[in-house]
Design a protein around this ligand. Sequence first.
Ligand SMILES: Cc1ncc(COP(=O)(O)O)c(C=O)c1O
Length: 341
Amino acid sequence: MQGRTIPIDYPTKIDLARLPTPLQPLNRLTEKYSTPHGGPRIWIKRDDLTESGMSGNKLRKLEFIAGAARERGCDTLITCGGIQSNHCRTTALVGARLGLRVQLILRGEHSGSADGNLLVDQLAGASCAFYPPREYFSRQAELFEHWREFYAQRGHKALCIPTGASDGLGIWGYIAGSEELLGDCRREGFEPDQIICASGSGGTQAGLTLGCHLLGADTRVTGFAVCDSAEYFQDKVREDVAEWAAEHSKGFAVDALDVSVNADYIGPGYAMADEPVYRTIAEVAQLEGVLLDPVYTGKAFHGLLQELHRGRYQHCDNLVFVHTGGHFGLFPHREHFGFLQ
Ligand SMILES: Cc1ncc(COP(=O)(O)O)c(C=O)c1O
């Protein structure tokens, strides 16, 4: 690593995550997926262990967002996502921990008893408003404004957090995350050739890509899309970085960033998976004792194993998969694991 001597000037954050998270080798999977010509050693950065209920990648972003909320005198957080959103669940628990009101704008219908992330949202005391998908997407800005105004009229100041906390502020979470990860790798005696994560709203990939760039690492970051197209994520990552640059690094050459997206493993669509993904989740649980989820990490890891099988990462010595959490999203998919019986 060429290295960087100037420290990155991070904004205020509130410490909520258990950091650093462990970096673990996946020895049994490495052995299984190596070819006669070798193959990379596979490592996993356990960001599913950032906390217990607040587990996952969103907590790293929300540390900086909560810092901004405190600085701006906000007492309420408003955010949005699907009914099984990990981001909404983490925001709900962060709000509870910090004594902030949380309003969730949720996509989908709530029928019957709550499961997975939605159950946790309710346990944490978040207020949930449900909208049909069409209305959720077409009126999103309006819905945020409605709820912001609703709280303002009652004397509260709200901070609105976009989908997945992916913006020029949330990106700090994985700039810091990449600094931690590169430090872990250095202590293990290597620089990763490749970092892989699941991309849903793009902020994790944006932070890792920018962080590795700022730190002078010779590391490629690839986001495995779980929805949308490769072009969408190319644009979204650059958009988040441009928003960050406008605030913190005017003149930063956003277009020079190497943004790598693999959109070949989305399958039937967001939050839907084919049986091979469920089988990969079972394989990783059985070989490594690590739990993945079908919406993000399981889908991305399945894509990674397929690419390894095709020899895509043959030139790499060390490859790190960032486990971004999502355990609570596994249980509402229980009916897809019939092959285990
Ligand atoms: C468990 C999990 N992994 C990965 C992602 C993708 O991260 P990002 O939204 O930053 O692209 C998300 C959220 O979208 C998530 O909840």
